[in-house]
Design a protein around this ligand. Structure first.
Ligand code: NAD
Length: 262
């Protein structure tokens, strides 16, 4: 489909997991894609070729570390210069660390707040003038159910995601009279490398196999007893990026198999 061949989506952290899955759905819809995220050069080249094979009109990777403001400036500037506009911004890059608050490593706290929250402040503050100039934009922040409710051992993650939900509301209000919307998507458990680490930690701690650890992790919080599928997140973001979502702004939408209904 080529309907979006002139529409540019920047998706952060799209070399893996949820970001990559969102990019796949946007690629199928013909978008011009800019991504960042870590990975070996060969792996990144493969990911970009994959997006193009799915239908992306363009797919570029911009080397930039979301914990560094100067890198984020480069990311926004190069996206705009190389692809010609910036229509959809998806703040997805994120990290996790689990520990009790009294043991939480200070450097992990700083890193999580920087990548999960401060980076979105930077991308948004830099993208909004470009979007205002065309009176169109879609900002989608990949928060989490942990932007709405808490869990043990996730002080920094929960604080960062609650912060991201708050930032989403402020940006939506400030831009409410423009053609730019800002929303948060709040996934429950999705099987990605970020969650795989938590499954492995449970298996090791409880001395159970991988399948039993998955069941323990998911069933404790997510009433559906199933992971949210990666493609479901892509389709939700595609809808939020489209014309039918014009009046949806400032919301934090759970996609969580019932987690936050409890
Ligand atoms: P992941 O580890 O598979 O992918 C994270 C991506 O972010 C990778 O591409 C990685 O290279 C990139 N990244 C990390 N630090 C970066 C940095 N400093 N600079 C640039 N890129 C960086 O994780 P995921 O599970 O796909 O998570 C993606 C987002 O979804 C995160 O914000 C996470 O909090 C959120 N989320 C995940 C789940 C889940 O169950 N997996 C649930 C709710 C929310």
């Amino acid at each position: 489909m080529s309907g979006n061949k002139n529409t540019v989506a920047l998706i952060t952290g799209a070399t893996s997991g949820i970001g990559k899955a969102i990019a796949e759905v946007f690629a199928k819809s013909g978008y011009r894609l800019a991504i960042n995220g870590f990975g070996e050069a060969a792996q990144i080249a493969e990911v970009l070729a994959h997006f193009k094979s799915l239908g992306a009109s363009e797919a570029i990777h911009i080397d930039s570390d979301m914990s560094k403001a100067a890198d984020i400036e480069k990311l926004i500037k190069e996206t705009h210069e190389k692809l010609g506009s910036l229509d959809v911004l998806i703040n997805n890059a994120g990290i996790q660390h689990t520990d009790n608050v009294e043991n939480f490593p200070v450097e992990k706290w700083d890193q999580i707040i920087a990548i999960n929250l401060t980076a979105a402040f930077h991308t948004i503050r830099l993208a909004v003038p470009l979007m205002r100039a065309r009176n169109f934009g879609r900002i989608i922040n990949i928060a989490s159910v942990h932007g709405l409710v808490a869990s043990n051992q996730k002080a920094a993650y929960v604080a960062s995601k609650h912060g991201l939900v708050g930032l989403t509301k402020v940006v939506a209000l400030e831009l409410a009279e423009t053609g730019i919307t800002c929303n948060a998507v709040c996934p429950g458990w999705v099987l990605t490398p970020l969650v795989e680490k938590q499954v492995n930690a449970i298996a090791e701690r409880e001395k159970i196999d991988h399948a039993a650890a998955v069941h323990k992790l998911v069933s404790e919080k997510q009433p559906s007893n199933q992971f949210v599928e990666l493609s479901e997140l892509g389709e939700l973001c595609l809808f939020l990026a489209g014309p039918a979502a014009r009046s949806i702004t400032g919301v934090s939408l759970p996609i969580d198999g019932g987690w936050t209904a409890r």
